[in-house]
Ligand binder design. Structure first.
Ligand SMILES: C[S@@+](CC[C@H](N)C(=O)[O-])C[C@H]1O[C@@H](n2cnc3c(N)ncnc32)[C@H](O)[C@@H]1O
Length: 443
């Protein structure tokens, strides 16, 4: 779906050209954004455009989540539980309405409230759409004094839009695998060939006699054992042997060679280990691991599909979708989230998306920080570099994302940028301004 308009919003910025304009960052309260999206999708004749959704809402923790600088990223305090659940329910229901019949949703939540969310999701989606409750190991064991066991997991509720039923399952399902651990490799592929490749062998016959057909016939004078048949016709067995893929035992028993490096890995179970990135590697509190989000995106949406994250935070789901060739829609109402998402997406040079702001919100106000432009250089005040999480070279008139180059504490226009560039600067608290940089005059 190409987002052509959005009631109550304006397209404030198109970033990185028009290559995949389906991707959009919607700033503001997500109930309003999702309802606007629904109206627009219906108007464009695609009422349920989403391939998949990952959502990691507030968890009713009662905490204010802060950036290391002390800027409040978002406030997760509520008058009472009822207020929190009344907030979440219509948002999950709006997500449900936007999902296509082959779509699925991952709702990431903590262990304390996950039972209530399961009930809510059963009500909205129907119990038949429940697929898994995934337990995620989120951190290393903790040292603590509380009288309880260490809490190292959280929960992801996985539901499909259409119930699983006998017959073909409409839900999109990829083939994501996890790499074998060294222990698993030793157990499953115990042998090593002359080139150092790990392998295992499997029998070339299987249960059941073939009465009339090549898999019941002799191969190289060998009949399949009593009550069994060859897994492949003798001509194919011959080819396999010529290719060096059969190991013959000392008693003349052939077995097929299966190499570990040709295996796709282990099928994923409902216990995952994807640890949170930690404060030093995060740009946002409660940021989830990119590898996990990339895996979800590949597993549950086709290439070119549309992935939603209605509580986008750091924008990691959007980056995961972008990296894997999916279009995306991200919503968040926090200015720090907008800064973090723009920062993350701007550093991906292939990212192409539009930023939609509510009609009441401006893209940029007058410079709240002291930025000087001198002879083709953007000069930031001392210390501003840490608080300016995005100083992207965004030419707002031509949508070029690479107009600026960083050098020391200064930003220069790239050599081939002959026209003035208008550059969007976003501070980590989300305060924004636009600076115009003109090419350096050579004297
Ligand atoms: C747990 S964080 C999401 C973190 C994210 N998954 C990540 O990896 O960075 C929840 C987010 O929901 C946002 N949020 C809370 N209420 C919202 C609302 N009504 N509309 C849009 N976003 C909201 C907050 O600003 C916050 O960024």
């Amino acid at each position: 779906m190409r987002l052509e308009a959005l009631p109550g919003y304006h397209r404030a910025l198109t970033f990185g050209g028009d290559a995949r304009p389906g991707s959009a960052l919607l700033f503001g309260d997500n109930l309003r954004s999702l309802e606007a999206l629904e109206r627009q999708a219906a108007a464009q004749g695609v009422p349920a455009p989403l391939s998949a959704c990952y959502t990691d809402p507030p968890y009713n923790t009662g905490e204010q989540w802060e950036l290391p600088s002390g800027v409040v990223a978002y406030d997760d305090s509520w008058t009472d539980d009822a207020e929190f659940y009344a907030f979440l329910r219509p948002r999950l229901a709006a997500v449900h309405r936007l999902l296509s019949p082959s779509a699925s949703v991952y709702v990431h939540i903590d262990v304390r409230i996950s039972p209530y969310i399961r009930v809510m999701l059963d009500e909205i989606f129907g119990g038949g759409c429940f697929r898994n409750q995934i337990t995620r190991i989120k951190c290393n064991p903790k040292n603590f004094s509380r009288r309880a066991y260490g809490s190292v997991t959280d929960v992801i509720c996985f539901y499909s839009r259409t119930p699983a039923a006998p017959g073909p399952d409409p839900m999109y399902w990829g083939d994501a695998r996890a790499a074998w651990s060294p222990g698993e490799l030793d157990r499953l592929y115990p042998k090593t060939d002359a080139d150092g490749r790990r392998y295992a062998t499997t029998p070339l016959h299987a249960k059941g006699r073939t009465l009339n057909g090549p898999t019941g016939e002799a191969w190289r004078g060998l009949m399949p054992p009593e009550g069994k048949h060859w897994r492949r016709p003798p001509a194919d067995l011959e080819e396999l042997d010529q290719a060096g893929r059969i190991e013959w035992s000392s008693t003349g028993n052939p077995r097929e060679i299966i190499y570990a490096d040709e295996s796709a890995g282990r099928r994923l179970q409902d216990l995952w280990t994807f640890k949170d990135p930690g404060v030093k590697r995060s740009r946002y509190p409660t940021q989830k691991p990119l590898e996990m989000l990339e895996m979800l995106v590949r597993q549950s949406s086709p290439e070119g599909g549309l992935v939603l994250d209605p509580f986008a935070g750091s924008g990691s789901t959007l980056v995961a979708a972008e990296r894997n060739g999916r279009a995306w829609i991200g919503c968040d109402q926090g200015h720090p989230s907008l800064a973090a998402s723009l920062g993350a997406l701007a550093s991906d040079e292939r990212a192409a998306f539009s930023l939609w702001l509510p009609d009441t919100e401006m893209l940029a106000g007058p410079a709240p920080f002291d930025v000087r432009v001198e002879d083709g250089m953007l000069i930031l005040p001392a210390g501003a570099d840490e608080s300016l999480t995005l100083v992207a070279g965004v030419d707002l008139s031509t949508s070029r994302a690479d107009a600026l180059h960083r050098h020391g504490g200064h930003w220069h226009l790239t050599a081939d940028q002959s026209a003035p560039a208008r550059v969007l600067l976003v501070r980590e608290d989300g305060v924004r301004t636009i600076a115009s940089v003109t090419p350096r005059t050579s004297s």
